[in-house]
Design a protein around this ligand. Structure first.
Ligand SMILES: *[C@@H]1O[C@H](CO)[C@@H](O)[C@H](O)[C@H]1NC(C)=O
Ligand SMILES: *[C@@H]1O[C@H](CO)[C@@H](O)[C@H](O)[C@H]1NC(C)=O
Ligand SMILES: *[C@@H]1O[C@H](CO)[C@@H](O)[C@H](O)[C@H]1NC(C)=O
Ligand SMILES: [Zn+2]
Length: 846
């Protein structure tokens, strides 16, 4: 038997490390990417009533063959709608007698926020209800068939449309049961600031009956769809979700959305806010590199993902469609509840309410504290130490552990800062594995080095090494307890993540206390190792998918923040949660300090690697850099109609940290003008992309050549001017025609002010100096009419007090481009996936 201070040979450390790496590689990675075997046409006969991925895939091929489906384009408004209607009528022909099958098409126009106006966008919907059903409460399932310019939209959101059609087919062909009707909404204008769903919720006759929504969308391509949001008040829905065949969810994702840390939104918000629905928001998140680019194509979308989603949504449709909760949860005395929910390696889902979680967290923390206290008491008694030297030693250990956590946070952040300074940020964008050496290794090193030195220097202490190591684990546990309690009191639901390691460590400690293994050499390590297997797998599983979401997001998160900071922060948190009890075990080996220093050496090697071409962020097609580029012409007119200024330029919107790509190209063409120079008051610059207005961090390159503007350019016509009853107020009536994506800018010249208009009156009261409204239309290009009532004071005259500018955007039309524009676009390296179009801006005074 080993005595207290004897150490294991250093090479066991390699086995120990290998064990955890194996666990990660063999189980965790497999589970993160696990997909079911897709069913094919051949299986259809033997799998009646099941979701057949291949049938969904057939439709996906047809839909993506139409190419990009932008609102207003023929592909979206005519071909896609026809394809859907044909498919739906084929499904209707195969339906069983159990069901009524109602098909409807909606063409809808509305204004729904200060800045958003749309006209004649289209939705296709089917209501499937049992002939016998009297239920007034419907389940809504939504996805959208439109896509972003240049993108075939296979994953976003063609795959979900295909899943819904196959789901409809399977359900309609079955003989129920289905207590509550299901509305399938194929929404034709999601990429237009969620207009399609707004149109449905606010204007369709079925909308007020829809009480629960399953929203299906994508921010990536393929993989397993993630349940990333519930309406934060539907425990019963999570309950049904926990029974789907392939669960994948985490409350953390919901909280990231809650705190606006993810730069995306879905129709779910509309259903929740405008429609007061409860529901589940599911989306593909893997391979976000291709999201909204031309690479979101049929060929990269795996059939198995369709099966995964199909199985899950079929299960949800059946359970929610027959849920007793649907009968009564919608009543006014229904109490919304916050939930903690997460899946464990895709095997099962745990969920409980926030109140339960508070109890669980506090009980676990209390139990751990008691166990630590008992353990300390035994250690002190065993070593025959009086309380003063013992407490002093414990305090030293605690202080060293705090120092280690500070270092484990500080060093990786410093490296992140450094990488950015030397221009090597996002080195992991393509080579994801670099994160391991860049940010995990320094965190491991920082966690281990101070304790290693401290233990070495207190070698002669009466406490045996084993006890001294356990004191470090106790200290770490204590700090996690403080963190858990703090987060719990802040009502952060993700606090459960800090509680888990406390729980498992406390369990190991209790085993050690009961079996008295902690007295016998290194044996205390066995329960600790065993107890850490679950949390280790859990946290590396979470890390794996947080990274696969966050890494591509950093390619479209703007240039103002350093994405390495975010990535390193995640690495730090995961390290502290999953290795805080493992690092001290290294001190059982000889040469512990050298072993720990290996992590530092690895860090240095990775920093060097990251600054070589291995760390070049982008890969053509697989991990492209995004740019949005417009060739535009800006004309300002005087009151008499003459031209005040007439300038053509190329406008470049930067979407990530590496702004030098475009700057290099622009340098070759001419001087760089930061857009902020053009835009005098950044607070008034429109942030919306479909307009040609200026976002922060965008570039403006004046060029001699004007864009070739098509004939159907925006035409603003003043149809009448009326002096209203107060003589200082005039009503201007206008009509506007033009391309399907326009923006209207309105600016009264102070002291004149707008007292009324045909847009949302509420914004007039906000005291804004100018207004920007985006406008798009789908199937109907009829003139848009609006009026503005302008009040002027007598001394500033009656004319020239109102400026109206119209931006026209040809975002999907195939139109000829000026030579300079073609050359400019071609000058970008091949790893750039740009979305480019032609725009115009023209303003008049009235
Ligand atoms: C603006 O300039 C371009 C070329 O310089 C010219 O073709 C166009 O007619 C001008 N437009 C107006 C309204 O002055
Ligand atoms: C101007 O527009 C308003 C609102 O559409 C309408 O009621 C009014 O008749 C119009 N005035 C004229 C002179 O056309
Ligand atoms: C603004 O105009 C609308 C439409 O003509 C009218 O219904 C509304 O009462 C007007 N508001 C005010 C404050 O005059
Ligand atoms: Zn989408």
């Amino acid at each position: 038997m080993l005595r207290g201070n004897e150490k294991l040979n250093w090479y066991y450390a390699a086995c120990f490390t290998a064990f955890w790496i194996m666990l990660y590689a063999a189980i965790v990675v497999k589970q993160v990417y696990h997909l079911p075997i897709p069913l094919t046409h051949k299986d259809a006969a033997t799998h009646a009533g099941e979701f057949i991925a291949e049938r969904a895939q057939d439709f996906l091929l047809k839909l993506t063959s139409l190419g990009p489906r932008v609102v207003g384009s023929e592909a979206n408004e005519v071909q896609a709608v026809k394809l859907l209607m044909d498919e739906i009528s084929e499904i209707e022909n195969q339906k069983s007698d159990y069901f009524d099958f109602e098909v409807d098409k909606q063409v809808v126009s509305d204004q729904y926020s200060a800045t958003r106006l749309y006209q004649s966008v289209q939705n296709v919907m089917v209501k499937l209800s049992a002939r016998t059903s009297k239920s007034p409460n419907y389940l809504l399932i939504n996805s959208h068939f439109d896509s972003k310019p240049t993108s075939p939209g296979a994953s976003d959101d063609g795959a979900m449309v295909s899943v819904m059609l196959e789901l409809l087919r399977v359900l309609a062909a079955s003989n129920g049961p289905l207590e509550h009707p299901i509305v399938f909404l194929f929404n034709g204008a999601e990429e237009e600031v969620l207009s399609g769903s707004v149109g449905f919720v606010r204007q369709h006759k079925w909308a007020k009956n829809c009480k629960v929504v399953i929203n299906l969308d994508a921010a990536g391509s393929g993989g397993r769809e993630l349940l990333f949001r519930s309406a934060a008040n539907s425990p019963w829905l999570i309950n049904y979700y926990s029974r789907v065949p392939h669960p994948f969810t985490n409350v953390l994702a919901e909280e990231l959305f809650q705190f606006n840390l993810i730069p995306s939104d879905t129709d779910f918000r509309v259903f929740r806010n405008f429609g007061r629905m409860q529901g589940l928001d599911l989306a593909y998140a893997y391979n976000g590199y291709v999201y909204h680019t031309k690479f979101d194509s049929f060929s990269v979308f795996p059939k198995a993902s369709l099966q995964n989603t199909g199985d899950n949504v079929l299960s949800l449709a059946k359970s929610i469609g027959n849920a007793p909760e649907m009968r009564n949860t919608m009543t006014s005395n229904y109490q919304p509840e916050y939930l903690i929910f997460f899946d464990f390696l895709g095997w099962f889902v745990l969920s409980y309410t926030l109140n339960t979680s508070i109890i669980i967290n506090l009980v676990v923390c209390a139990a751990a504290l008691v166990a630590i206290a008992i353990s300390l008491y035994f250690v002190a008694t065993k070593a025959n130490l009086s309380w003063l030297p013992f407490t002093t030693y414990c305090l030293h250990t605690l202080i060293i552990q705090i120092l280690s956590l500070v270092l484990a946070t500080g060093i990786p952040l410093l490296i992140a800062y450094f990488m950015d300074i030397i221009g090597c940020s996002m080195s992991w964008f393509s080579a994801n594995w670099l994160i391991c050496g860049l940010y995990f290794c320094p965190a491991f090193f920082a966690l281990g080095i101070c304790p290693a030195i401290f233990l070495e220097s207190t070698k002669k202490h009466v406490l045996s090494l084993n006890f001294r190591i356990q004191l470090f684990m106790h200290s770490h546990c204590l700090l996690l307890i403080i963190l858990t309690i703090t987060l719990t009191f802040l009502h952060i639901r993700s606090a459960y993540m800090c509680m888990l390691p406390v729980f498992f460590y406390a369990a190991a400690l209790i085993v050690n206390l009961i079996t008295q293994l902690h007295y016998i050499g290194h044996w205390f390590a066995i329960p600790v190792i065993m107890s850490q297997i679950m949390p280790f797998m859990y946290f590396t599983y979470i890390a794996e998918y947080i990274f696969f979401i966050l890494i591509p997001v950093s390619g479209r998160n703007g240039s103002s923040t350093n994405p390495d900071l975010v990535i390193s922060l995640v690495a730090i948190i995961i390290t502290i949660l999953c290795s805080g009890f493992l690092i001290p075990l290294y001190f059982l080996f000889r040469k512990a300090r050298s072993i720990i220093t290996c992590f530092l050496a690895a860090t240095v090697v990775f920093i060097i690697l990251a600054s070589t071409p291995i760390g070049a962020p982008y890969t053509a097609q697989l991990a492209p850099q995004r740019y949005s580029i417009q060739h535009t012409n800006q004309i300002y007119h005087n009151l008499d109609g003459s031209t005040r200024s007439n300038e053509s330029a190329i406008y470049v919107y930067q979407q990530d940290r590496h702004t030098e790509t475009a700057e290099d190209v622009i340098n070759r063409f001419g001087a760089i003008y930061e857009a902020s120079v053009v835009c005098n008051d950044p607070s008034t610059c429109l942030q919306n992309r479909p307009s040609i207005f200026y976002s922060p961090n965008s570039l403006w390159l004046p060029v001699n050549e004007s864009p070739i503007i098509p004939r159907e350019k925006p035409v603003l016509t003043l149809t009448s001017t009326t002096v209203l009853n107060s003589t200082n107020t005039r009503r201007y009536n206008y009509t506007l025609t033009g391309p399907d994506h326009m923006a209207i800018f309105i600016e009264p010249k102070t002291p004149a002010k707008i007292v009324n208009w045909s847009f949302d009156e509420a914004i007039l009261a906000t005291g804004r100096k100018n207004f920007a409204i985006t406008f798009s239309y789908g199937v109907d290009s009829k003139a848009f009419e609006f009026f503005i009532d302008l009040e002027h004071t007598t001394n500033n005259g009656s004319l020239g007090n109102l400026e109206i500018g119209i931006a026209g955007n040809w975002i999907h039309q195939k139109i000829q481009r000026a030579q300079i524009y073609e050359e400019f676009l071609k000058s970008f390296p091949d790893y750039v996936a740009s979305v480019s179009w032609i725009a115009s801006y023209e303003s008049w005074l009235f």
